[in-house]
Design a protein around this ligand. Structure first.
Ligand SMILES: O=C(O)CCc1c2[nH]c(c1CC(=O)O)Cc1[nH]c(c(CC(=O)O)c1CCC(=O)O)Cc1[nH]c(c(CC(=O)O)c1CCC(=O)O)Cc1[nH]c(c(CCC(=O)O)c1CC(=O)O)C2
Length: 364
């Protein structure tokens, strides 16, 4: 019997939770998320799959990004590549934050060198009607891929993920990547009723998408509010937190750790924990001991090596990784990660060496 099949031989369905796998539950990653003692500090990297790996570039040749997210065998292969190569403590499901929006029929594409581009931005109340509920059938390829993946992964946990309502709204309202979020913020300040309804819609879609991943076998989930750092705490609390909290509340019953991450969120760390996370992701701008003070007790932290450090040579990487481990020494739970995703031109060998360094330095 493969490691993740249930004792009764039943495979997970779209409507019930899978039987938990003991080896996955005992993994260093899930223990750290639950703030239990660990055999070593677990490590994984945001964007650990993808363009930094030559084997990824090879299998993606001639296949568009969104198209590749809908092919279960390809998703399985790409998700496994960094686990094989780097021996990270968790896999992250290969997808993108805009996949559930595409799945409900929003006309968008991921353009190479640009990012997600939405054909008709969402700007009016009439546009909200285009954001229908997401059903498991809309993303049957996700259920299929996660079934294959959990069998292959054995005792390695799989992290599911989704974009948070604010970050998704920023792409939908702007129509693509933005530095200023002027259209999204104009709606937030100028038409707070429409904004609240938009984020509430996105919360339902996001929660449904995470639930599909959990029911298929994801052992933890990460909510990416990558661009929330653009907001002042009072605006975040009033206009964003209620929707993110709804997502966390809706998935709470499944008993999988919920990670909440954003960039430049130093002033928001406490609120992001308050939204309902079990683990708060921290970028490199705030040391982990200070982040723990801001987040408060009862939560683990994830982070927070600056991804650009990986371009600086072995000694510098080890010095900066040591610094992260030292500031994490007193935490209730620590998952080692970068402060944001692996940059596409990162030398993959530097990542492999970093995993080994963290494991040997923290072996207990
Ligand atoms: O700057 C922008 O706003 C556009 C960013 C962008 C997105 N998807 C995108 C792009 C273009 C690009 O990366 O070049 C397009 C995108 N998404 C992804 C890839 C693959 C890669 O990075 O090489 C790519 C590039 C694909 C290509 O150009 O062929 C895959 C992806 N997106 C994401 C994830 C989850 C993760 O980071 O681990 C993952 C899976 C990684 C894995 O399985 O290891 C999540 C994602 N997508 C996106 C965001 C928003 C913020 C951000 O990118 O920093 C976020 C959340 C985040 O990383 O903070 C939007």
């Amino acid at each position: 019997m493969s490691a993740n099949a249930s004792p009764t031989g039943q495979t997970p369905t779209a409507t019930s939770d899978p039987v938990k796998n003991d080896a996955v539950e005992d993994s260093a990653f899930l223990k750290a998320c639950r703030r239990e003692p660990v055999p070593h500090t677990p490590v994984w990297f945001m964007r650990q799959a993808g363009r930094s790996l030559p084997e990824y570039r090879k299998v993606r040749e001639g296949i568009g990004m969104l198209d590749s997210c809908m092919r279960p065998e390809l998703v399985t292969e790409i998700t496994l590549q960094p686990v094989r190569r780097h021996h990270v403590d968790a896999a992250i499901y290969f997808s993108d934050i805009v996949v559930p929006l595409k799945a409900i029929g929003i006309d968008l594409d991921i353009k190479p060198g640009v990012g997600p581009v939405v054909e008709q931005p969402v700007r009016t109340r009439a546009d909200l009607a285009r954001l229908r509920d997401l059903t498991p059938e809309d993303v049957s390829y996700v259920t299929e891929a996660i079934g294959m993946l959990t069998r292959e992964l054995g005792s390695t946990p799989l992290i599911g993920f989704a974009g948070a309502p604010f970050t998704l709204a920023s792409y939908l309202v702007e129509g693509g990547p933005s530095r200023t979020y002027e259209n999204a913020k104009a709606m937030m300040y100028g038409d707070p009723g429409l904004w609240a309804d938009l984020l509430d819609r996105l919360a339902d879609i996001t929660a449904a998408f995470l639930e599909v991943q959990i029911r298929a076998g994801a052992a933890a989930v990460q909510l990416f509010d990558s661009w929330a750092g653009a907001l002042a705490p009072s605006d975040y609390r009033r206009s964003v937190l209620p929707a993110s909290a709804k997502v966390f509340r809706k998935v709470a019953g499944h008993g999988v750790p919920r990670i909440h991450f954003g960039v430049g969120t130093g002033e928001l760390l406490g609120l992001m924990g308050e939204a309902g996370a079990d683990v708060v992701g921290v970028d490199w701008r705030v040391p982990l001991d200070e982040a723990a003070r801001r987040v408060g007790p009862g939560k683990a932290l994830q982070g927070n090596l600056d991804p650009t450090v990986l371009f600086a040579g072995r000694e510098a990487v080890e010095t900066k990784a040591r610094e992260v481990l030292d500031t994490a020494a007193g935490l209730e739970g620590h998952v080692f990660n970068l402060g944001h995703g692996v940059m596409p031109s990162t030398d993959p060998d530097a990542l492999t060496r970093l995993v080994e360094y963290v494991h040997t330095q923290t072996a207990r």
